[in-house]
Design a protein around this ligand. Structure first.
Ligand SMILES: [Cu+2]
Length: 101
């Protein structure tokens, strides 16, 4: 009985470790993209971009809204501007812009 419990606990540990590494792998995923800014919503921390195809994601050209990591990143961005940006998957699995220039 005791041995059985011990093994069970060990299995849980391995599973937790596995989850941790799997999550950090997904979180470190990055995609570089280029597009033109259509709209900026500072309050909602969202930027609308008509982006070129993003090969690394298998995504074709389209217009879409992206949440940004930090609203301060949008301070120098203007509507109509061509931007290069980095897409990252955040801790919750959402696609966000982590860098923009
Ligand atoms: Cu898209």
């Amino acid at each position: 009985m005791m041995i059985n419990q011990k093994m069970h606990r060990q299995t849980n540990w391995i599973f937790i470790l596995y989850l941790f590494f799997a999550t950090s792998l997904i979180a470190s995923e990055k995609h570089i993209a280029i597009g033109v800014v259509n709209a900026i919503d500072n309050k909602a921390k969202i930027i609308s971009i008509s982006h070129e195809p993003i090969e690394s994601m298998g995504m074709s050209a389209m217009t879409m809204d992206f949440p940004v990591k930090d609203v301060a990143m949008l301070a120098k961005i203007k509507i109509g501007q061509k931007v290069k940006f980095v897409l990252t998957v955040d801790d919750f699995g959402y696609l966000i812009i982590s860098e923009i220039q």
